[in-house]
Design a protein around this ligand. Sequence first.
Ligand code: FAD
Length: 348
Amino acid sequence: MNAESVDCLVLGAGPAGLRAAQVLAEAGREVMVLEKKATVGPKTCAGGLTAKSVSELVPLGLPLEATFASVGHVRFGGEPCTALDAELALVRTISRAALGRMQADWARAAGAEIRIGTTARGVDTDRHEVSTGGGAIRYHHLIGADGSDSAVRRALGLPSPRGCIAAEFNVPGVRLAPLRIECDEPALANGYFWVFPHADYTSIGAAALKDVIPPRRLRPYIAGRAEALGAAVDGVPFEAATLEVEYHGLHFPGGVHLAGDAAGVASSLTAEGIYAALVTGEEVARSIVERDYPAPKTRRWLRVKARHDRLMRRLRARWARTLTIGALSALVRVPPARRPLARWFVDG
Ligand SMILES: Cc1cc2nc3c(=O)[nH]c(=O)nc-3n(C[C@H](O)[C@H](O)[C@H](O)COP(=O)(O)OP(=O)(O)OC[C@H]3O[C@@H](n4cnc5c(N)ncnc54)[C@H](O)[C@@H]3O)c2cc1C
């Protein structure tokens, strides 16, 4: 069978892959996106967009009315929930289905082809070829934007520990306020619990490192917290997924590139991955179009991520958690400290 051939092949129609496809197509490059699911968009995710993600998406066409806005609150230890800075900690939520639909429209309008229901089964980086159930596709450039369980990352021989796990109940018909992050050290160690209200449902979940908190503990913990907050989760599907947070680079020999979770660019501290997916998707694509593109947003984000990852590593020690959570709990009660805290954790 003759292999098809395309200039730029993108695996995965998540925020990273669709952003990359849009940029490449706008630059006049031939782009094909393969997406294994039958629908573009839906993914286990709380759908939280920080201000920096919103500032990437609004110029592309995201209508703010499609999102639900809340000021982020935090709770450290036994203290009550406290609102962070109203501007820097404004978080907008959107379902991943809605975000995926919009990004797919933008990419298609630019000229990208998106093939849904098509799984990349084999990646042969020597032959520049990806096999699907229906045959093989040759590429000049391959972008692995296929999420935390990335076939492209594996084909490159990179480690894929997928060290972070996040899990949630999306409770329909409930809008639980405030939007919050809670550090519950005894239960989640250096992980955290969240409540992210959307217009017509609320994501209630938790994130933790798999080697610190056994993943099986998350479901009873989240269910118990949800019920204590008055949100019944009986009959609500429980969803869990891993994040890859180990970064080894974006560009590899043979025209192979990684973006988003496949590249391990999410923050291990906040589990925020949409912004990192959008900017690495965009800038990996720009680097293909323009030799020596400096990728300023990616470089800046990788500095933020390095700070987050360093703190997360330190917080593996119980004494460091006790000290840090105690200090944050005191700091957040001082109003002038709330803006720098929001800048450090959310604004990046
Ligand atoms: C429970 C949970 C809550 C989260 N909440 C937030 C949040 O509120 N805010 C935030 O910023 N981040 C959040 N994240 C992180 C965020 O979901 C990810 O970082 C983000 O989706 C990464 O985008 P991506 O495009 O790299 O990968 P994905 O969104 O994972 O997209 C990858 C795509 O590739 C497809 N694919 C995979 N393998 C193949 C294959 N072999 N062939 C074809 N297609 C394939 C998948 O079906 C998928 O559509 C959360 C994560 C979890 C698990």
